[in-house]
Design a protein around this ligand. Structure first.
Ligand code: URP
Ligand code: ZN
Ligand code: ZN
Ligand code: ZN
Length: 465
């Protein structure tokens, strides 16, 4: 038969269009759209469901070694399994350079971590933490040309941060090579000064993590990054924007005609700083940076999503287990807030949370949902048109959504290797009930059906801005 798989009666929604069609799939690609396409090895009737492009999660951390001997709970198998069960068919985790390490060695290290283990397709962003003359003049330009066309830089964290001069120098390489730089914008000295003051006063519980990183700290760094982008004349993308003050800076830059892209994440829509203050030590489960703010800021992030201030909606999945003596309670002891590893899990819940609060609640359109979670990240990071839409020639990465299904989120039903979800007990409306990665059914009804090693590495093309 001409097709390996035929999805019939599909109600397809892309970032721009909606149409009814059958979808013919052969060798992992979409090869036909239309009616009465003919015979197929397998037919799936998508009546009553929404047919969306598989999600592209362009910000997640998998198998990254950390400071203090910490390990992430998810490797490339458990992380991508979880992604697949949440409707995500492409992940772009990080190949993080350690200070003193060559950038190429970092990229090779992460390839070894991923090789034969991923269940869905993946690419890499680099993290540049040590921009030596050799990195700036040789390694970074060469790696960008080889398909690592985006990289993240940090303005905070001692083991990762760049100073202002270094930031200007890496931005200049990005301008020359056409790479997209993702910026973690928080002011490091403000955080360490606030942290020391809190600790000196005996304020070490998890909730003080949020107090040590107020919005002013994020606002200032966001403004500084925007200024550097202007001086170097290169677009940048501000990652994990948490609330109204950073949003104001981004809107200000847009008003001046600057090419500033921005990302936000589910935690800034669903959590608040109060979640860090839960009884006992539970607040550690919601420690991430920037920290979640308050309800008014959640509303500001929703409004900015609706008004297209953001281009990308990612999980920032950073999987640390709560109880395994390596995560939030290192060596069985409750850590002071400044030692709690930053980050929360979210690969599997990213799409349902945005669908439920965004589409089902009428705050954003279905087209915006697809754009934010799939099409725009694919374009910005050079994976489009292979990923990010449903069209002839694209990979058959497709999620069939039951838009009315009510699901109570519970960690028992998730597929990551983390021992909690910060969204435990919340009910969402809408869930991807079947997910195809290059035409292979990788999840159905909360069951993982894929296999480790079926996901392929993809070099990235030039960002489409
Ligand atoms: O708290 C966070 N976001 N941890 C993950 C690392 C990062 O900065 O994205
Ligand atoms: Zn970050
Ligand atoms: Zn507006
Ligand atoms: Zn991150």
């Amino acid at each position: 038969s001409p097709f390996d798989l035929l999805i019939t009666n599909a109600d397809v929604v892309t970032a721009s269009d909606r149409f009814s069609t059958d979808i013919g799939i052969r060798d992992g690609k979409i090869v036909a759209l239309g009616r009465h396409l003919g015979e197929a090895g397998r037919t799936v009737d998508a009546s009553g469901l929404l047919t969306l492009p598989g999600g592209v999660d362009a910000h997640c951390h998998l198998d990254q070694p950390m400071e203090f001997g910490l390990r992430m709970a998810d490797d490339f198998t458990s992380g991508t399994r979880s992604a697949a069960c949440g409707g995500t068919t492409t992940v772009i985790p990080f190949a993080a350079q350690m200070k003193g390490q060559s950038l190429r060695a970092a990229v090779e290290d992460y390839h070894r971590r991923a090789e034969g283990k991923a269940c869905v397709d993946y690419a890499f962003h680099m993290i540049v933490s040590d921009p030596t003359p050799r990195v700036l003049s040789e390694e970074l330009p060469a790696l960008i040309r080889e398909g690592y066309t985006s990289f993240k830089i940090y303005m905070t964290y001692d083991d990762l941060k760049l100073n202002d001069r270094q930031i200007l120098e890496v931005l200049d390489v990005a301008r020359r090579e056409g790479a997209l730089v993702m910026v973690h914008a928080e002011n490091s000295d403000c955080i360490s000064w606030l942290t020391d003051r809190l600790v000196a006063e005996g304020n070490t519980a998890p909730r003080y993590h949020a107090v040590s990183r107020p919005q002013a700290v994020e606002r200032e760094a966001t403004h500084r990054a925007i200024t550097f982008s202007e001086l170097v004349d290169v677009p940048i993308l501000i990652v994990h924007v948490s609330g109204s003050e950073a949003i104001e800076q981004i809107r200000w830059a847009h008003g001046r005609g600057q090419r500033i892209y921005a990302e936000t994440c589910p935690q800034y829509l669903y959590l608040t700083a109060e979640d860090l203050g839960h009884e006992g030590y539970e607040g550690a489960k919601c420690v991430c940076s920037p920290p979640p703010r308050d309800q008014q800021n959640q509303e500001a992030v929703w409004r900015a999503l609706a008004h297209n201030v953001f281009s990308v909606f990612s999980s920032d999945h950073a999987p640390f287990s709560y109880d395994d003596a390596q995560g939030k309670k290192l060596n069985g002891k409750e850590q002071k807030f400044q030692y709690i590893p930053n980050g929360i899990p979210g690969l599997e819940t990213r799409l349902p949370l945005l669908f439920s609060g965004g589409v089902a609640s009428g705050r954003i359109s279905l087209h915006q949902f697809v754009a934010l979670t799939s099409t725009q990240p694919a374009k910005l990071y050079g994976l489009y048109p292979r990923k990010g839409s449903i069209m002839i020639g694209a990979d058959a990465d497709i999620a069939l959504w039951d838009r009315d299904l009510e699901v109570r989120i519970s960690n028992d039903r998730l597929h990551h290797a983390v021992d909690y979800t910060p969204y435990e007990g919340r009910t969402v409306t809408g869930w991807p009930v079947m997910t195809f990665s290059r035409g292979r059914l990788v999840s159905q009804d909360f069951e993982f059906l894929g296999r480790a090693g079926e996901g392929e590495f993809m070099p990235c093309g030039q960002p489409i801005l």
